[in-house]
Design a binder for this molecule. Structure first.
Ligand SMILES: [Zn+2]
Length: 553
């Protein structure tokens, strides 16, 4: 069965065989730890991960390189960070102090670390490469000297894509980091290497001269400092981005690397890199799809205040890893989708559970089976999963009513299905923890349920005969029907009984209206509102004794 992952794996294997027969196949991703690494960036990693994993499942040697672009410049001070961080603009991300209160040694580590732990939980195996480490240890020495020798050729390639408009002054530093100092300026020489200033640490530098023979490079900085260094021994600087990327394609022999839709524009780093990698570095551009945007539905303000963009770690707090993998595996890279933080997550989980049932009983379609297999395990083994799959919406309702009380939670879970009771909370974890976390962080206060402490005496006193009778019938059947299935039959059955209908009667508009009215009465007496979690769940959660008390027994 072929899905998009298998098809890409076929392409990558064929291409690798053509380029470097018998060698380890190289897939790559790049992440910039310049801020929270959100769920859209996760696609940058998941796409090659799934392809590399498929290649490994076929028994071939394949590595997934994850390049941390932590030697890139700090571009701007994000909202919520003290203004004094502005003095660090232009420094490598690993030289900028972490946000206030962080336990990490620098800005890059602060944003990298949660992503590393999220990737581990997602079963993503990769070889991480810190570009700070690479550049500062001289790994790219030959490539840098080569690029400097070839600077005119690089300038010529870049000039084919340059627009006439000069960058605005405030973007000039950005533009220089992208293309190089002297780019698009007739009078100055072009250099694809940008030193970080030895005095202030920033990249507000301009290369003023370079000697290919001695590798002596002179630069000045906006801070007033200037010096001449020998590039053959200098390790405080980097190739500008548009040259850096294709250099690494060639250096690492990358066969597959996807890129975001923003790379489709003419003159994008990916397009320009495609020319530079061959014309300058003697390598080839990787094959790789453009991946579309990943959106979010309903992120609560509480969490989004951390920067407005949920990360993989945020998503893993409210959903299990296989579910998150499934979302990325089932859509082709070109399709955009949303990760649900709102009520939609319950529907998503229902869909996932339905798929798992089909997989278990052998009725899943081949395509669904393939995507399911990619979600629950990797070539290295199975991911953590919940043994006993109580529906997420049920666990959320229980978490809502019990506010996480363990004893109460276990009692309710035990009573759900007396024929096959849940006997310990471990069997419903980690799904239970995710549902509890979702309720406590994502469900707005006005949608939370709080069971009344005392019966609503006024309401009870004012009930009509028919309403009293409905409550009597419910209370009478309570013990006998005390299970999820039993209570479902009971709450729908009481209005049927009152209408003189048999239990198996089909719903008519009149019956539906009577049931709705009955449910509103129950909700009002139990939680003081006219809606709430599904009634059978709510009744189980409240407990028989308290139900009797609140319904005036
Ligand atoms: Zn300086």
């Amino acid at each position: 069965m072929t899905d998009w992952v298998s098809q890409l794996a076929d392409d990558v294997i064929a291409e690798a065989e053509r380029r470097a027969p018998g060698k380890t196949i190289v897939c790559a991703s790049g992440l910039s730890p310049s801020g929270p690494i959100h769920l859209g960036n996760l696609r940058e990693v998941m796409t090659p991960h799934l392809v590399a994993d498929e290649i490994r499942r076929r028994g071939l040697d394949c590595v997934h390189l994850l390049s941390w672009d932590d030697y890139d410049r700090f571009r701007k001070v994000p909202v919520g960070i003290p203004e004094e961080w502005a003095e660090h603009i232009g420094k490598p991300l690993t030289s900028v102090p972490a946000p206030p209160g962080s336990a990490y040694p620098n800005w890059a580590e602060h944003f990298k670390t949660p992503m590393i732990s999220a990737l581990a939980r997602l079963g993503v195996t990769y070889r991480g490469i810190s570009q700070t480490k690479q550049y500062t240890s001289g790994v790219y020495r030959e490539q840098i000297l080569h690029a400097m020798r070839e600077r005119d050729r690089i300038d010529e390639v870049l000039s084919r894509f340059r627009t006439k408009a000069k960058p605005k002054a405030k973007d000039a530093d950005e533009a220089a980091a992208l293309e190089g100092s002297g780019a698009a300026e007739e009078e100055a020489g072009y250099y694809p290497y940008k030193p970080y200033c030895a005095l202030c640490g920033r990249d507000l530098t301009t290369v003023t001269g370079y000697d290919d023979e001695t590798t002596e490079l002179a630069y000045t900085c906006a801070c007033g400092y200037g010096e001449t260094v020998r590039l053959a021994t200098h390790d405080r600087g980097k190739l500008v981005w548009k040259v850096d990327w294709p250099m690494r394609w060639a250096y690492e022999g990358v066969v597959f690397e996807p890129s975001g839709v923003d790379h489709t524009s003419p003159g994008s780093s990916f397009e320009v890199g495609g020319h530079l990698v061959g014309e300058v570095f003697g390598g080839q551009q990787p094959i790789g799809p453009r991946y579309a945007f990943v959106g979010i539905s309903g992120m609560a303000k509480m969490s989004s205040s951390k920067g407005g963009v949920p990360t993989a770690a945020d998503a893993l707090e409210i959903m299990e890893a296989p579910l998150l993998r499934w979302m990325y595996a089932r859509r082709k890279p070109a399709q955009s989708f949303k990760v649900a933080f709102d009520q939609e997550i319950q529907r998503l989980y229902d869909e996932w559970d339905a798929l798992e049932r089909k997989v278990a009983d052998g009725t899943a379609l081949p395509a669904d089976l393939t995507v399911h297999a990619r979600s629950v395990r990797t070539a290295e083994g199975p991911l953590e999963s919940t043994r006993r799959r109580v529906p997420y919406r049920m666990l959320a309702s229980i978490a809502d009513v019990t506010t996480g009380d363990e004893e109460q939670t276990l009692r309710i879970l035990r009573e759900l299905d007396p024929a096959d009771p849940v006997t310990d909370l471990e069997s419903v974890r980690p799904r239970l923890d995710r549902a509890q976390r979702w309720v406590s962080t994502q469900v707005p206060a006005e949608q939370r349920t709080s069971v009344l402490a005392e019966p609503d005496a006024d309401l009870l006193a004012g009930l009509g005969d028919e309403q009293r009778e409905s409550l009597r019938l419910l209370l009478e059947g309570l013990d006998e029907h005390w299970s999820l299935e039993g209570l479902t039959a009971l709450v729908y059955g009481v209005p049927k009984l009152q209408a003189g209908l048999p239990a198996e009667a089909k719903a008519t508009p009149e019956l539906k209206a009577a049931q709705r009215e009955f449910f509103v009465l129950l909700y009002t007496l139990l939680v003081g509102r006219d809606t709430g979690p599904r009634l059978p769940t709510l009744l189980l959660a409240v407990g028989a004794d308290r139900v009797r008390k609140l319904l005036g027994a």
